[in-house]
Design a protein around this ligand. Structure first.
Ligand SMILES: Cc1cc2nc3c(=O)[nH]c(=O)nc-3n(C[C@H](O)[C@H](O)[C@H](O)COP(=O)(O)OP(=O)(O)OC[C@H]3O[C@@H](n4cnc5c(N)ncnc54)[C@H](O)[C@@H]3O)c2cc1C
Length: 466
């Protein structure tokens, strides 16, 4: 394969392969990447502008992806998929974000997360097998619906959702504050408290919900960037669904999060932020090498300041890309190249060991994209501030990185707390008691206040014991 990156019949106008970690890809993956760049050039990049302007869901881009088998990228060949691995997933999302459409890249990230959650537990589940075997043939877009209006970015804590056992199946209630592809996806993986929930929010279960079973109001969606991703609120209103729509056993939610949803979301969303960073550098190269200042006889790219901006952006972004691809390779090695048959044994959770690394990957990529988008705007000057160049749209899209859950505030705290106080200190479901804080507060009380508190606690304990 030629090592000149092409854009249609012309050499690509941004950075060439010499700045891409091509050595990480197999020949088949390089071919997939080439196909994706062609799809971006012919279909997706133009649709991205329309999606952004009209808040339009990028269904047309998904149809183009499905024609080439990308909806089943990580599904095994026996289910009609391409049987690809984690490196391919990161490459595909990064390529779509960089050369085509970041909104599509984010919807595709959520699709891959949903596919991973379904593949994880498809082995003896006919409903999941049916969907997974028709992903490309019927262009079936999936997504993840987790975030709860009451707990915000703590998306692992679904207090407004529930499930209960009924004759012939489950009755599921889900209130989600944000769901990418909400109202447009053909199928959803949703997480609720388990049917046997007794107050312990770590007891979570996942369900497969079909497009016609959700209530969404896409007309109300609006956002700074990723405007095609349609991440609005969504409700599953007491729907009764068949038995086989439970994804995995009851109480499998935390395992599903640690082994599939989080690893794939963090891997692919980081690839999306890295793709946006590269896209901005591509545009900055194209613009600054053309724009001239006649008074001094220099192009913008001739100023050392601009060269420094671009050099630093490439170095920082490639550090983030290598971090993401390195974790993809680690997960490939741990899963026999993303072989889903290892999960026939429900206790096999090899990706989960890398979770704290995946937090670091997402933090770094989302922090970097915010910086790179600012600097590339600066490099392009006032022209970049206007929509024509595309810098302005990518800048808005990139701003989603930091705030998407797990947010960068939460992630840096997770990593710091884990390092300083141990993994159990993270206390996702607010269960660990902070004895130090209790002792400290009680110390401040008068004897009378202590007595009142003691009486209240005795009364609470008596009620709880009834
Ligand atoms: C474009 C986009 C697409 C999305 N798609 C999906 C999707 O497909 N599925 C889905 O389930 N969700 C999705 N989300 C939702 C996302 O994951 C978060 O749930 C959402 O952004 C939270 O918004 P909030 O206003 O509730 O933030 P809040 O939770 O109210 O956060 C406000 C601030 O508090 C900080 N904060 C919160 N907790 C802590 C803490 N413990 N320590 C320190 N600081 C803290 C936050 O970092 C932030 O700075 C999407 C979000 C965006 C922006």
């Amino acid at each position: 394969m030629s090592d000149i990156k092409m854009w249609g019949k012309e050499p690509f106008w941004g950075l060439g392969y010499e700045f891409d970690p091509q050595w990480l890809l197999t020949d088949e993956q390089k071919q997939l990447q080439k196909t994706l760049i062609e799809l971006c050039q012919t279909v997706m990049r133009e649709n991205a502008v329309e999606s952004d302007r009209k808040l339009l869901y990028p269904r047309k881009n998904f149809q183009a992806l499905a024609k080439h088998g990308f909806l089943g990228l990580i599904a095994p060949k026996e289910l009609g998929g391409l049987g690809q691995n984690h490196v391919a997933a990161a490459m595909a999302v990064e390529t779509i974000a960089r050369y085509g459409c970041p909104s599509t890249a984010m919807c595709y990230t959520m699709h891959l997360g949903a596919v991973a959650a379904a593949l994880f537990r498809h082995h003896d589940n006919p409903a999941l097998k049916d969907i997974l075997s028709r992903l490309d043939k019927d262009c079936l877009v999936g997504t993840l619906s987790y975030s709860d209006p009451e707990t915000g970015s703590h998306f692992w804590y679904p207090v407004s959702s529930s499930a209960k056992k009924v004759a012939g199946g489950w009755q599921v209630t889900k209130k989600a504050s944000w769901t990418t592809s909400g109202g447009f996806a053909d199928w959803y993986i949703v997480q609720t408290t388990s049917p046997d929930f007794g107050g312990n929010y770590a007891n979570l279960s996942c369900f497969l919900i079909m497009g016609n079973e959700v209530e969404a109001d896409p007309a109300n969606w609006d956002g700074l960037g990723l405007r095609g991703n349609q991440s609005g609120p969504l409700v599953v209103n007491n729907k009764t669904i068949p038995e086989e729509r439970l994804v995995g056993p009851i109480n499998d939610g935390a395992n599903s999060n640690d082994e599939c949803v989080d690893p794939f979301f963090l891997l692919c969303s980081s690839a999306c932020w890295n793709g946006i960073s590269m896209a901005m550098i591509d545009i900055a190269k194209s613009h600054t090498t053309k724009k001239k200042h006649v008074d001094v006889g220099l192009r913008v790219c001739d100023y050392p300041t601009i060269q420094d901006y671009v050099g630093e952006a490439i170095i920082d972004t490639n550090a983030c890309r290598l971090m993401d691809f390195s974790m993809a390779q680690a997960m490939d090695a741990a899963t026999n190249d993303c072989d889903w048959s290892i999960h026939k044994d429900l206790s096999v959770l090899p990706r989960a060991q890398y979770l704290s690394w995946m937090w670091q990957v997402k933090f770094a990529a989302a922090k970097n994209v915010a910086h790179v988008t600012d600097k590339m705007l600066h490099a392009c000057g006032g022209t970049g501030y206007k929509p024509g160049l595309g810098i302005e749209r990518y800048l808005r899209d990139g701003k989603a990185g930091w705030v998407m859950g797990p947010t960068n505030e939460v992630l840096r705290q997770f990593v710091g707390k884990y390092a300083l106080l141990g993994i159990e200190s993270l206390d996702y479901w607010n269960q660990a008691i902070n004895e130090r804080a209790i002792q400290n507060e009680v110390k401040k009380m008068t004897p009378e206040q202590k007595k009142t508190l003691a009486q209240q606690l005795m009364s609470d304990a008596a009620k709880a014991a009834e």
